[in-house]
Structure formats: C-alpha cells, structure tokens
Write a new protein. Structure first.
Length: 580
C-alpha cells in the first residue's frame, strides 16, 4: 500500500479515461467535468469509480454511503480522481418468504451488469466497490473480474449482535421464532420483544450467513485488504479501511496489478477453504463458480465440493455454532481464520493480493490467539471435514449442497418419504399448520434459476421448522436455495432443476429419498426404467412471468452447478475493457 505522500505519474495514453479526457475532440466531455467542480489537474489524473450498493432498504447497506466518502478521500490522497456512483441491491431479509425473493439472485447479475455499464460508459480507470447484502458482494466482485481494471473490494461490515434475555441473537432467531409462535412455544408478546432487539445497528446479518461468508471470501480471494471484512459496520475503523482501500487501488493502478492477476484457481481454492472452515453459507458454492466464470476459470460446484471435503471445520459460527462476526473481529478477524488454515497447510500462501503482497506475506505477523475457541487450530478442529458438503446421486446428477456445520453422527443420514410441493408458499403453509410427519422429506421444486424464476431462498420455511422443534426430524430438499442462516438437513441447488425435467420434478409423494452427508449422496429409491417412464410423461411448465427482468433471466440463466450465470464469460470475450 502506498504511503500518504505517494503520487505516481500516470500515462493517460494507456488508460480508459483517455477516451473522455484527452485531446481537443474531448472538450465537450471535459466541460461536463468542469461543471462538477473538477480542476484541470483532477481531470488529468486517473478517474476511479467508487461504487456502493447504498440504499435505505435494510441495515446491511445503510452505512455504505459514509464509507464511500472515505474511500474517495483515499483515492484523492493517492493521486486519483474519484467518481462515485451507486447501484441496486435486493436485501434478502426483506425479500424473504414471498415473491420478492425471486428478485434476489437476479439482482447479482443486475449489479454486475450495471457496474460494468457505468464503468464502460464513463471510461473509469480503476474501481473501489463497496457492498453490504448477500448478492451485492459477489455481484461487485464479478464486475471487477469482468472489467479487469485495478480494483479493491470493501465489505460494509457486520451488524452488532442483539441481546434477548441474556443471549446474543440475530435476525435468524427472529425467523425461527415465527415457527415457535406458530407451535405455541412463544407468545406474541415475546415475539414482539425479540423483533425489537435482534438488529441493534447498521450492518449485515451477524452470523456466518451469506454476507459474512462472502466478506470472508473477499479477503481469501485477495480482493480486499486484510482485516477489512471483520470490522462491524458501526465502528469508525471501517472508514479507515475505506480510505486505505482508496489508496490501495491507486497502488494497484501504478503497479499494473489487475483482478485476474489475483483471482486464480489457487485463490478460488483458498476462498472455498475459508467457506468450509467457517461453516459458511451454501450460497458460496453458487457465487464462487460465477466469480470464476468472469475470469475464464473452470471452478464449478463439484470443484468447490472437492475443496470442502478436504478442509477441516474450525470456525464455530452461527447458525451451526455459537459465535457471530463481531466475535471473530474481537479475536483478530478473518486474518486469524486464514492464519490457522495457512499454519495447518490448507491455504496457498503464494497467491497475490490487493496489498501487492502474497497471502503468506500478509499473514506473516498474525498469530492465532490462545484462550479462545472462536477459531481453533486445525489440530483441534470441530470436525475433520468442512461445514458444507456437496452431494450427488440419481436425484441430483448435477449435484446439490447442504450445510452440516453443527450436525454430527446419526444426523448426517436421513431416509424418508417425499412430500412434494411445487412452490415455497405451499410448503410454508403446510409447515405453519404442522401438516407433516416426523421422518418426512419435504420437497420444494420449480424454484430453481429458471423455474422460479430466480432460485428463491427458503429461510422462512426452514426457520419455521426449526422453531417448531423438528430440527433433525424432518429433511427438506429443493432446486432453489437456502439462506446462509439455514441449519438442519436442508439440501439446496438440486440439479438439474425441475423446470428442465430434472429428477426432482419427477418425484411423487411417498417416494423414498435417502440423504447421506458422509457418503455424499442424494438418491431416490427408483430404478432407471421408472425414472425414464416418468420423464417421458413429464411436461414443462410456464412461469407467471411473460416479460420483464424475471422473464429475461429465466430465458438466459444456466444451471446452478455452474453458478447460475447469464452470459458466456471470459472464455468467450474478444476484448477486455481494461485494455480498450
């Protein structure tokens, strides 16, 4: 990272901003910049996009505007001219449990596309990206790889834990409380008390749910400054990380270090390792392949699963464990988790990062504190394999995924009859009325990327089940997704999805399903001939969307196995924006 006095001289003839700022023919373009108060010197400097997903939808994003201003100061101090813009985000906590969740995964693509278009249209030379809620993190990182201009990612920070009757709580506790209320275990007054204290500050959901998982990924990939992911959103140290990120991107620009120099196959393996070791969100197995796709790297669900299988589970985080991101911050942040893995031989220490140094160099002075059990050394792992596993079998030829963090022994196998639902609302209504039996395997289908469309998360349903006290007694499988806050035997990303005639769409009530997280299998007790006969009789369904963004997504999205991407990726590109 450069010191405060470092201001290199940049050759504009090699930067994209030459198209809007250099030469007599660009006088009209410069006049727009003068109109906003820029000086001739500022126009001659590199133009750096500073994008955030700030909005007033939820606490995840509310602090991003402030942090963007700090990032801009860092850019300016290091010799760049920051240009702020914003893009959308859909907050899962608000979208959960209704049709709004169809917009969530689609927003990842819209975020990546809109950042790309803003950068291309205005010819910015580098990028600092700030994100808070689940899909905005991979969306921003995907744009960075797609554009391949020097870039630094910055997480907006986690929320502080709430306190309810002497215990730390998160928003997932509120979702589970809905199930307790429906089962008569919790009163309406208690539910009201909990909802008022569960989310006490700005920041993303506190456990190792999707946002915090992908924040850890940003450091593990090398796209974010060490330590920047763990600091809670309300802390003023976040502004220091933002300012440092602005300076760091100018250092990358001066040294010609780009995202595809950083995000290699080995870096992606590091990221998957951190996810597994921390019992992170199953959604990482959707987002890592999509990020890899933007760099032209093959890293699908099965490649992610291979890393998960060889990684010890050492971070005791909610929902399967006891701690939240604030607790990780208190013991030293993501660098401590990475150092434990590096010391144990599970990380590639030679991977380059946005500091200009390698992972090993960044972690050289980091020590895993003693007298704490938030992050254990690999010699005392919670379990020898990762907290997330990939399954495969005749019910999921393309694979499926389940979070096993916090599960053990007999909980890792489940066998029972299918109870089929063709949309989440129908399953949730049955759960709310307790119209299921212990031992059932609830099946929610036609909720995949194409079939939903949008591959909804099912936290409302899974949390309600857990709140009713049926954790471990009922399983759930879907071609949709689960929240990072989901726990118990809940299997998502089943592929091929029902909408394209996948086996999950051929199931009937009573079919016997076996899930085995030790053997890594997901099967239905039907022969090939019976499945073939059912497939022959199967007919595709139409969605309720005949136009608009969801229609366009359904007609362009690929399989969850490959990251549910919507364009051919870097392997098919003919030119890279950064070189234009």
């Amino acid at each position: 990272m450069p010191d405060d006095a470092f201001k290199p001289v940049f050759d504009k003839s090699r930067l994209p901003s030459r198209h809007t700022t250099v030469g007599p023919e660009r006088a009209p373009h410069r006049s727009f910049l003068y109109a906003m108060g820029l000086t001739t010197e500022q126009i001659a400097q590199p133009l750096v996009g500073v994008v955030s997903t700030w909005n007033e939808a939820a606490p995840c994003n509310i602090a991003l505007g402030r942090q963007a201003q700090a990032a801009k100061r860092g850019v300016a101090e290091a010799g760049g001219t920051p240009r702020e813009f914003t893009t959308i985000t859909v907050t899962d906590g608000i979208a959960m449990g209704h049709d709004g969740m169809k917009s969530s995964l689609v927003s990842r693509e819209v975020i990546a596309d809109s950042v790309e278009l803003s950068m291309r249209g205005h010819c910015y030379d580098a990028l600092v990206g700030l994100a808070g809620c689940d899909k905005s993190l991979p969306g921003i990182m995907m744009a960075m790889l797609r554009l391949n201009v020097p870039a630094v990612f910055l997480y907006g920070g986690s929320i502080l834990p709430g306190r309810f009757r002497g215990k730390d709580v998160t928003v997932v506790d509120v979702f589970e409380a809905v199930g307790k209320y429906s089962a008569g275990i919790m009163s309406e007054e208690e539910l009201r008390e909990l909802e008022c204290v569960a989310c006490p500050s700005a920041g993303s959901c506190g456990g190792q749910f999707t946002a915090n998982t992908m924040a850890c990924v940003s450091e593990a990939l090398g796209l974010a400054l060490p330590g920047s992911a763990g600091t809670p959103a309300p802390f003023e140290a976040r502004d220091s990380y933002a300012e440092a990120s602005g300076k760091a991107v100018m250092n990358l620009l001066a040294r010609h270090i780009r995202p595809r120099d950083i995000v290699t196959l080995r870096a992606l393996e590091n990221a998957a390792t951190v996810v597994a070791a921390s019992g992170g969100s199953t959604n990482a197995a959707l987002h890592l392949p999509a990020i890899a796709h933007e760099a032209g790297i093959d890293f699908d669900l099965h490649a992610v699963g291979e890393v998960f299988r060889r990684t010890p589970y050492i971070g005791d985080f909610k929902p399967g464990g006891r701690y939240v991101m604030k607790d990780l911050y208190d013991v030293g942040g993501v660098p401590v988790l990475m150092k434990a893995l590096l010391d144990g031989g599970y990380l590639h220490g030679d991977c380059l990062t946005v500091t200009g140094k390698t992972v090993a160099e960044n972690l050289a002075k980091v020590k895993v504190p003693e007298n704490q059990d938030v992050v254990r050394p690999v010699s005392r792992a919670i379990s020898p394999t990762g907290g997330v596993v990939v399954l495969k079998g005749n019910l999921a030829p393309q694979g499926a995924i389940v979070k096993v963090a916090g599960m053990q022994g007999e909980q890792l196998q489940f066998r029972g009859p299918a109870r089929c639902f063709d949309r989440e609302e129908d399953c949730f209504a049955a759960v709310e009325k307790r119209e299921y039996k212990e031992g059932d395997v609830l099946v929610i289908r036609y909720e995949g990327p194409r079939g939903g469309p949008g591959m909804r998360e099912m936290l409302s349903t899974t949390a309600a089940l857990y709140g009713q006290g049926t954790g471990g007694k009922v399983a759930l499988i879907t071609d949709g997704r689960f929240s990072g806050g989901t726990r118990g035997f809940c299997v998502g990303h089943v592929g091929p999805e029902a909408a394209v005639g996948g086996p999950i769409g051929l199931l009937r009530d009573g079919d016997i399903i076996t899930l085995d997280a030790e053997a890594l299998t997901l099967t239905v007790e039907l022969g090939d001939a019976e499945l073939a006969a059912r497939r022959k009789a199967w007919k595709p369904r139409t969605t309720n969307f005949g136009s608009g963004a969801l229609w366009r997504y359904a007609n362009n999205v690929g399989d969850a196995e490959k990251g549910a991407v919507t364009h051919p990726g870097a392997k098919a590109e003919r030119s890279v924006y950064a070189d234009s």
